[in-house]
Design a protein around this ligand. Structure first.
Ligand SMILES: [Fe+2]
Ligand SMILES: [Fe+2]
Length: 163
């Protein structure tokens, strides 16, 4: 079984949950929130498995780390950054059972924006993976937009040449 298939098999309870799937409707770093969380979960799974850490809790918390819909005020960017981990914890508790480590990982994944640092090494890994993936997604989305602009400019230049 491929790593990705194993990940989807082991964490299907979360990845296929209808409420989690609703996060597909919300944009996040130029993609949707579901795809972002799926990716953070997959990388966390691979890293924590290789390091023989608690990959079950780390991956579950990584999938749930941005589990919010429209409960957070999206007009205030700083408030959104600061508040969404607590909303994700509330939603995770509402729909699943989470242990103390999983709660800590979700609550502190925005460190240093949220002031207290993760208590567990698994939490530091989710925090760093989330940062890395977020930057990757923003850059990819920006380059796609620039690519569109490049194509648009080429098209306009071509049309101008015709006349
Ligand atoms: Fe987040
Ligand atoms: Fe995130």
């Amino acid at each position: 079984m491929q790593k990705r298939e194993k990940y989807e098999y082991l964490f299907g309870e979360y990845l296929n949950h209808p409420k989690i799937k609703e996060t597909k409707n919300y944009s996040h770093h130029g993609i949707n929130r579901y795809d972002h969380s799926y990716r953070v979960g997959l990388h966390t799974y691979n890293i924590t498995k290789v390091l023989h850490l608690n990959y079950e809790s780390a991956t579950k918390a990584a999938i749930l780390h941005d589990f919010f819909l429209d409960e957070v005020d999206s007009k205030n960017a700083y408030k959104k950054l600061k508040d969404h981990p607590n909303v994700a914890v509330e939603n995770s508790k509402k729909y699943f059972n989470i242990n103390e480590m999983e709660e800590d990982i979700i609550k502190k994944h925005m460190f240093p924006i949220t002031f207290s640092p993760p208590k567990y090494i698994e939490g530091w890994i989710v925090d760093i993976v989330d940062d890395y993936i977020s930057i990757y997604e923003r850059v990819t989305s920006l380059s796609k937009r620039l690519q569109f602009n490049v194509n648009f400019i080429i098209l306009i230049t071509f049309i101008c040449k015709l006349f």
